[in-house]
Design a protein around this ligand. Structure first.
Ligand SMILES: NC(=O)c1ccc[n+]([C@@H]2O[C@H](COP(=O)([O-])OP(=O)(O)OC[C@H]3O[C@@H](n4cnc5c(N)ncnc54)[C@H](O)[C@@H]3O)[C@@H](O)[C@H]2O)c1
Ligand SMILES: [Zn+2]
Ligand SMILES: [Zn+2]
Length: 361
């Protein structure tokens, strides 16, 4: 039986989000119904509400979530009712050209639920990143639900479902940060701080945090930054070079998504260094770089979708590191809020007051 619940809807470009009654269908074959326990507010939700990702309004926002399996559809074997899961926006199909080449973390045809959740009048909703988790009940493809140790707190575990995984993976998987490396992270929100935590986990030697907000820089130190630069007071390229003996960092991670900060990342890396773009730009943005510098500096300019993670491999591992006390996921949770408080949480995010506000049910 389809069920009614409340969900956070972005109805039009730039409009404040609103709580509305939504209809959640039964899980179809290969799908699961999830009872969401916690769902983080990620900057990507705000990008959706601003129309920066696509025009498929209305969106059901929320995509950084943990919960329990309520019901499984026909043929589901990876999870059972009662299992504690993190929802993933990458569920490799196994059959696209990337999966067939043994690179499922780039899957080009990730699975989602087929039957849409709707408004009460039947209008189909576009779930953010194929999830839609600012609602107590949501339907996703079974492979989007990744079982992890239920000892984890839901509000911390859910963060592994998007931004924190994206940051950890930008450093560990995409940037391939290793022991002794120097790393600079531009933008120290939840994603950037996770890149800092990931760099520390892999043994980076120098970790430079760059932000425009001193409070963010203080938090970045708690995740492992060895140096901080306030880009309002200092030229970040010069500052990063000065800290790295005049050379630039081995890996520079851009975690904002603007041309200005991408250029800083480009010029702040050492010869043969790597730039990782994990911040999400909007469709109007352009960069203008001297091609000779692109060539002459060598190294790699990469982008990182979801930290190039493989959820079934990485989610349980990071949850275990958290439970062992080696990755402070709870430190990313600035506050827990109700499902009606998402619009206010966006404003707190814009004012730089939080790393993550997490909706709890
Ligand atoms: N690639 C992915 O898979 C993925 C996943 C999740 C989020 N994201 C993206 O990552 C970006 C960061 O997300 P978040 O949730 O951490 O956002 P956030 O708003 O919490 O953090 C952004 C940080 O950048 C800082 N900042 C802004 N302008 C700056 C400047 N000019 N110089 C230095 N610092 C500046 C802010 O003070 C803030 O601390 C967003 O674009 C988001 O969409 C990407
Ligand atoms: Zn695939
Ligand atoms: Zn996100």
């Amino acid at each position: 039986m389809p069920q009614e619940t409340q969900g956070v809807i972005a109805g039009g470009k730039g409009e404040p989000v609103r709580l509305e009654t939504i209809v959640v269908p039964d899980p179809g074959p290969g799908e699961v119904l999830v009872r969401v326990q916690a769902s983080g507010v990620c900057h990507t939700d705000l990008h959706y509400r601003e129309g920066a990702i696509s025009d498929d309004f209305p969106f059901l926002l929320g995509h950084e979530a943990a919960g329990t399996i309520e019901e499984v559809g026909e043929g589901v074997e990876n999870v059972a009712p009662g299992d504690f899961v993190i929802l993933a926006w990458r569920a490799p199909c196994g059959t696209c050209r990337s999966c067939l080449r043994g690179r499922p973390w780039y899957c080009f045809d990730s699975q989602n639920a087929k039957n849409p959740m709707t408004l009460a009048d039947g209008t189909a909703l576009s779930p953010a990143l194929g999830i839609g988790a600012f609602t107590e009940l949501t339907v996703v493809a079974a492979d989007q639900a990744v079982k992890v140790n239920p000892a984890a707190k839901p509000e911390a575990a859910g963060l592994i479902g998007c931004g924190i995984m994206a940051g950890l993976g930008a450093a560990i998987n995409t940037g391939n940060v290793g022991r002794g490396d120097s790393v600079a992270v531009i933008g120290c929100g939840g994603v950037g701080d996770a890149a800092i935590a990931g760099s520390k986990l892999t043994g980076a030697h120098t970790i430079i945090a760059v932000d425009v907000d001193d409070r963010k820089l203080e938090w970045a130190k708690e995740f492992g930054a060895t140096h901080t630069v306030n880009a309002r007071n200092a030229n970040p390229v010069e500052a990063i070079r000065a800290i790295t003996g005049g050379n630039g960092a081995d890996v520079v991670i851009e975690a904002i998504g603007t041309p200005e900060t991408y250029e800083q990342a480009f010029y702040a890396r050492d010869l043969a260094g790597t730039v990782v773009l994990v911040g999400v730009p909007n469709p109007e943005m352009r960069i203008d770089l001297p091609l000779l510098e692109v060539f002459g500096r060598g190294g790699a300019l990469k982008s990182s979708w979801y930290g190039d993670c493989l959820p079934t491999r990485d989610f349980p591992m990071f949850i275990d590191l958290y439970l062992q006390g080696r990755l402070d996921l709870e430190r990313f949770v600035s506050e827990t809020i109700g499902v009606g408080d998402v619009e206010e949480a966006f404003h707190r995010m814009e004012r730089g007051e939080v790393l993550r506000s997490v909706v709890v049910f």
